[in-house]
Ligand binder design. Structure first.
Ligand code: ADP
Ligand code: ADP
Ligand code: MG
Length: 445
C-alpha cells in the first residue's frame, strides 16, 4: 500500500490524511465542485474533483471514486464514516480493481448492515439481545408479532443508521398507522424497506465498545464509550470510559464485544453498540467503520485509531495484547453542529467566521472549518468535535466547559449553547443519565 484515496470530506478526511502522513503513505482527496477550497483538498498529497455538489453524484458515486483511484494510481481506499463507509458493494468493487478497502470484508459489512442479521449473529456468539421480530412484510404479520412481544415496542429499519427510521409504538392502533410510514421512510432513506419490531427499553444508557482486529485473528477492545446524550437518537455528547458502570459489568460488555468480533471474523476497527438497563445489557448493532466519537477512546489509549486502521489494512499485526492496553483518565467529546436552535435545530448555512478557538491542556479540536468557510446545505452539519481529556471525569468536564465557552464563531447558528447547558447540568455532572435526558430537561427544542 502506497497511496490512499479518501472517499469522504470534512474533519474525518483530514484525520485520514494526517494518519497517512504518520504512516508514510501518500493521500488522495476527492471533492465535489462545491468544495474546491476545502481543507482536505489542500492538505492531501493530491486531489481530484469527482462531481457536482449533490453527494449522490460525487461522494456517493462508486464509479466516480473508482475512476479517481485509477487516475491517481491509489491502491487503497478509506471510506471514513457516513457516505459509503458501510457499503459492501464498494468493498467488493475495490477488491475487483485491486484496491485495498480499508475496513472489514464485504461479507461482514453486509451482515452488519442488516440489524436483524447482526442480532442473529450476536445471539449465536452468546451475546444478550432484545426480543424482537424478523423483518415484517405486512401489517398483519406486524400485529401478530407485536401481540407476542408486548407493547411498547420500537419499529426499526433493518438497514437504518444515523438514528433515522426509529419509531415508538404503544398500541395496535399506533402500529397500524406507523407501520406503512416506517416502511416507506426506510425505503426512501436506505433503499431498503425492511422494518422489524424490538422490545422498547424505556430509560436505557447507550454503551458501546471500540474493537480492533488484525488479519491474524488478534482482537482487542479499547474500552467502553457512553453516548447516552442523544437528540432524536443521534449522539451529541460522548465519553470514555462509560461512567457509572460497575467494573464487572464494564468488563463483561467489553468481552462480549470481542467475542462477537471473533465470531464474525472481523478485521479492522469497529464498534459494538449496546443498551444498558440496570445491570443488564443488550446488543443492538455493529458499526463496521470508524465512528464520529472515536477520539475519546484514542485519548485514553494514547494511540491513533485511524493509523491502526491503515496498519491493519496493510497486513501488519497489532503488535500488542489486551493486557498491554491501559486506559488512562477520562475523555468527553461534544459535536458542534451547524443548526439553528430557534428553528427546531434545522441545518444552518452561511459563511463561518472564526473569533476564538479553544486550546490548552487536555483539549483537542477535530475540525475542518476555516475563516470564511461556506457551510453548505448538501452535507452533514457537523462543524467540529471538541474533546477534553483529564485525569478524571470532573477534570475532563470542566475543561470541556471552558473549551466550549471559547468556541466562538459567527455566520451560522450552532448548538453550542445547548452543549454548554448539557455539560453544566447537575445530572450530567453526576453522570445520572438516560437517553431521554435532553427531553426531560427540555433543552432540545
Ligand atoms: P456514529 O456512531 O459514528 O456517531 P452516526 O450514526 O452518528 O454514527 O453516523 C455517522 C455519520 O454518518 C453521521 O454524520 C450520520 O449523519 C451519517 N450516517 C450514518 N448512517 C447513515 C445512513 N444510513 N444514511 C445516511 N447517513 C448516515
Ligand atoms: P442507528 O443505526 O440509527 O444508530 P441504533 O439501533 O443504534 O440505530 O439505535 C440508535 C439509538 O436509538 C440508541 O442509541 C438508543 O438511544 C435508541 N434505541 C435503539 N433501540 C432501542 C430500544 N430497543 N429501546 C430503546 N431505545 C432504543
Ligand atoms: Mg447505532
Amino acid at each position: 500500500m502506497e497511496k490512499v484515496l479518501i472517499a469522504n470530506r470534512g474533519e474525518i478526511a483530514l484525520r485520514v490524511i494526517e494518519a497517512c502522513r504518520e504512516e508514510g503513505l501518500f493521500s488522495v482527496a476527492v471533492y465535489s465542485e462545491a468544495e474546491r477550497e476545502a481543507l482536505h483538498v489542500r492538505e492531501a498529497t493530491e486531489a481530484v474533483c469527482i462531481g457536482p455538489a449533490d453527494p449522490r453524484r460525487s461522494y456517493l458515486s462508486i464509479p466516480a471514486l473508482i475512476a479517481a483511484c485509477e487516475v491517481t494510481g491509489a491502491d487503497a481506499l478509506h471510506p471514513g464514516y457516513g457516505f459509503l463507509s458501510e457499503n459492501p458493494d464498494l468493498a467488493e468493487i475495490c477488491e475487483a480493481h485491486g484496491i485495498t478497502f480499508i475496513g472489514p470484508s464485504a461479507e461482514v459489512l453486509r451482515l452488519c448492515g442488516d440489524k436483524v442479521a447482526a442480532k442473529e449473529a450476536a445471539k449465536a456468539a452468546g451475546l444478550p439481545v432484545l426480543p424482537g421480530s424478523p423483518p415484517l412484510s405486512d401489517e398483519n404479520e406486524a400485529e401478530k408479532w407485536a401481540e407476542d412481544l408486548g407493547y411498547p415496542l420500537l419499529l426499526k429499519a433493518a438497514a437504518g443508521g444515523g438514528g433515522r427510521g426509529i419509531r415508538l409504538v404503544r398500541s395496535p392502533a399506533e402500529l397500524k398507522t406507523l407501520f406503512p410510514q416506517a416502511k416507506k421512510e426506510a425505503e426512501l432513506a436506505f433503499g431498503d424497506g425492511r422494518v422489524f419490531l424490538e422490545r422498547y427499553v424505556p430509560e436505557p444508557r447507550h454503551v458501546e465498545v471500540q474493537i480492533l482486529a488484525d488479519k491474524f485473528g488478534n482482537v482487542v477492545h479499547w474500552g467502553t464509550r457512553d453516548c447516552t446524550v442523544q437528540r432524536r437518537h443521534q449522539k451529541l455528547v460522548e465519553e470514555a470510559p462509560a461512567p457509572a458502570l460497575p467494573p464487572k459489568l464494564r468488563e463483561r460488555i467489553s468481552r462480549a464485544a470481542v467475542r462477537l468480533a471473533e465470531h464474525l471474523g472481523y478485521v479492522g476497527a469497529g464498534t459494538v453498540e449496546f443498551l444498558v438497563e440496570g445491570e443488564d445489557f443488550y446488543f443492538i448493532e455493529v458499526n463496521a467503520r470508524i465512528q464520529v466519537e472515536h477520539p475519546v477512546s484514542e485519548m485514553l489509549v494514547g494511540r491513533n485509531l485511524v493509523r491502526e486502521q491503515l496498519r491493519v489494512a496493510q497486513g501488519k499485526p497489532l503488535g500488542y495484547r489486551q493486557e498491554q492496553i491501559e486506559l488512562y483518565g477520562h475523555a468527553i467529546e461534544c459535536r458542534i453542529n451547524a443548526e439553528d436552535p430557534d428553528r427546531g435545530f434545522l441545518p444552518s448555512t452561511g459563511r463561518v467566521w472564526l473569533h476564538s478557538l479553544p486550546g490548552g491542556m487536555g483539549i483537542r479540536v477535530d475540525t475542518h472549518i476555516y475563516h470564511g468557510m461556506p457551510v453548505l446545505p448538501y452535507y452533514d452539519p457537523l462543524l467540529a468535535k471538541i474533546i477534553a481529556h483529564g485525569e478524571d471525569r470532573e477534570e475532563a468536564r470542566t475543561r470541556l466547559y471552558s473549551a466550549l465557552r471559547r468556541f466562538q464563531i459567527s455566520g451560522v447558528k450552532t448548538n453550542r449553547d445547548l452543549l454548554l447547558s448539557v455539560i453544566s447540568h447537575p445530572q450530567f455532572a453526576m453522570a445520572s443519565l438516560a437517553t431521554d435526558f435532553l427531553e426531560r430537561i427540555k433543552l432540545s427544542r
